[in-house]
Design a protein around this ligand. Structure first.
Ligand code: MG
Length: 231
């Protein structure tokens, strides 16, 4: 019997298509600051360097080796450095304008709205995000996601990130949900699937990048449509 009453979602890349929106925003800045003409690299040449820099730094944050401020200071600088673009001021401008620019783009993950419409009549929906609080709020309130969620728990509220159990515990308090009646759906194996499971919730791993991690009793899906097989 399905005893689940509350469905908790990760935000970035589970519902809000961070990778797609980030790429649009970066391309806008790349053109605005004429980087291709000034340094000879196309946007498509630049982008993998930024992607690797950003992903690597987020992994270090998760492992508590650096702070979010260090990530913000380094992600563009490291990517530019690797391409031999020696312009720290430009890296700083990219970081400053990136967070604003990304909010011009609001695409949700393929299948997100169909899934939320399917779940909404039967479950109470929530979000738990590790993203920056002010940015995450805007993503929810200015996109199609607005109006679907009873609670949103921002890791920034207590400066503790998923997979730390305290963030899941805070989400239970805010939502007045019991963990036995709750399921968590997210695209990060450690922060989302392993974190929620260790805390005692059910979990579904949304394996968008074909990482193929697996654990007993944690179903893996490749598209949000497949959540319907479990809820
Ligand atoms: Mg995510």
């Amino acid at each position: 019997m399905n005893t689940i009453k509350h469905v908790f979602f990760d935000l970035d890349n589970t519902l809000w298509d961070f990778r797609k929106n980030a790429k649009f925003a970066l391309k806008e800045l790349y053109i605005k600051y004429d980087v291709e003409n000034r340094y000879g690299f196309t946007f498509d040449e630049f982008h993998p360097f930024y992607h690797d820099s950003n992903e690597g730094l987020w992994a270090l944050i998760r492992d508590k080796k650096i702070t979010k401020e260090e990530l913000r200071a380094r992600r563009f600088k490291d990517a530019f450095d690797q391409l031999g673009i020696d312009n720290d001021a430009l890296a700083k401008i990219f970081e400053e304008e990136y967070m604003e620019t990304i909010t011009n783009y609001n695409e949700v993950v393929d299948g997100a709205m169909e899934l939320l419409d399917y779940l909404k009549p039967n479950y109470t929906l929530h979000i738990i995000t590790n993203g920056f609080i002010e940015v995450s709020k805007r993503k929810i309130e200015t996109s199609e996601l607005k109006g679907y969620f009873d609670t949103v728990t921002y890791a920034d509220e207590i400066k503790i990130l998923k997979p730390d159990p305290r963030i899941f515990s805070l989400a239970m308090e805010k939502s007045e949900a019991k963990k036995e009646e709750s399921i968590y759906i997210g695209d990060d194996w450690i922060a989302d699937a392993v974190g929620a499971k260790a805390y005692g919730m059910s979990a579904i791993f949304f394996d968008r990048l074909d990482e193929n991690f697996s654990m007993d009793n944690v179903p893996t899906i490749k598209h949000l449509d497949e959540v319907r097989n479990y809820l």
